[in-house]
Design a binder for this molecule. Sequence first.
Ligand SMILES: Cc1cc2nc3c(=O)[nH]c(=O)nc-3n(C[C@H](O)[C@H](O)[C@H](O)COP(=O)(O)OP(=O)(O)OC[C@H]3O[C@@H](n4cnc5c(N)ncnc54)[C@H](O)[C@@H]3O)c2cc1C
Length: 399
Amino acid sequence: MKSVDAVVIGGGPAGIAAAVAAARAGRKTVLLEKAPFIGGIPVKGYMTTLCGLYKSRPGSGLPEMLHDGFAREFAGLLTDLDGVEGPFQMGRAWVLPFCPESFSAAARRLLEDQANLEVRCEARFCEAAVSGKRIALLTYTADDKVYRVQPRTVVDASGDAVVCRAAGARLLFPDIARQVPAITFPLYNVRINEISGFPAVRWQMMIRHGVDDGDLPPGADYVDFLPSPDPGTLLVKLNLGSLVKTDAQIPEQELAQRANAIKAHLIGFFRRCFSGFENCTTPDESSPVLHREGARGRGGYVLTNPDVLSAAKFSDAAARGCWPVEQWDENGHFSADYPAGGQYYEIPGRCLRSAEIENLFMAGRSISADSGAIASTRVIGCCMATGEAAGKLAAESLR
Ligand SMILES: Cc1cc2nc3c(=O)[nH]c(=O)nc-3n(C[C@H](O)[C@H](O)[C@H](O)COP(=O)(O)OP(=O)(O)OC[C@H]3O[C@@H](n4cnc5c(N)ncnc54)[C@H](O)[C@@H]3O)c2cc1C
């Protein structure tokens, strides 16, 4: 049976950063990802905007990189690959546009270049055996075989606290009513150049009329549009508030089916009614339901909504965040509450380390934070920062 210094579960933004950080600290590291590809939600959801990297500089309001280390390095690789000039402003915040293919390429480059690191895709973590207060054994499946590994430390970057859960640690649960899931899909071959600006509000109005007139099913108007660095592409986000409002217990498969039925109606509507969208296409696949919030592990501290809004600082700060508390509720409403004075808040190391299991660390969407705080820390830039910090803490704990 193999013994390794650090096992990272989940190859999303947090897990990529955690694995690279632990390996760079000289620890023999294994990254396990159940999907056939690395990247997590940004790749699965064809995301095009990387949030949580920049704060606004006091006075000028211009963007200023918030993070040193991995997130900064990743952003540099992305801007090179996509040839973008830099971030653009969305509300009061700054976001970096990117193509999902470049996200995959940047992640691959950083992971493949790394000594001490083994990456396994289509490798699903299943069980954690705890001895005393430590995880002694992890079980995962890959290629229809069962594998066991003895980890000295574990980072749970699964987005749903799967390791914390399996190890019997206490969990914090999502607030579904205020943080509804969504599907996202790209539209290609849109003649955006012929359209002045990016008239998302006008498109939303037309869709709302489509619903009122019965051309589109109810719920189709919970929709949002995001630009992409690729000139003929945009990202459509369909929030599923109307579906979870009527049935909060709706099974995941049925939710996906109903969401994808609305998506098919929307695409037909775009082609018929939107100028420049006549020949738009989207990948011929069902869009997965994406959850903004999953279960989280409980650490020595639970980061709170007031911590984020008051831009709290901590003596054991391990990472920073600045994104607003962004909520998408079941009535289709969106709200964004910003940290005070445009400042950043800090995330204590205690939020990244399990309160009960000594060699278990949490990163990204799995950190110890309440529903309000996670609505800020869950953005990609902040997940990379907590991922890197968790990887370093795991490595340091082995000294
Ligand atoms: C609808 C929606 C829109 C969003 N839009 C944006 C946006 O525009 N900009 C932005 O910055 N952020 C956005 N986000 C937030 C952001 O994408 C996620 O919060 C972020 O990707 C979380 O990173 P993570 O690494 O913690 O988790 P994830 O990205 O969820 O990655 C977790 C990984 O763990 C893997 N995993 C899970 N269980 C196991 C297991 N048992 N074994 C092995 N692997 C496992 C999963 O397959 C996954 O790849 C959005 C989120 C949603 C849901």
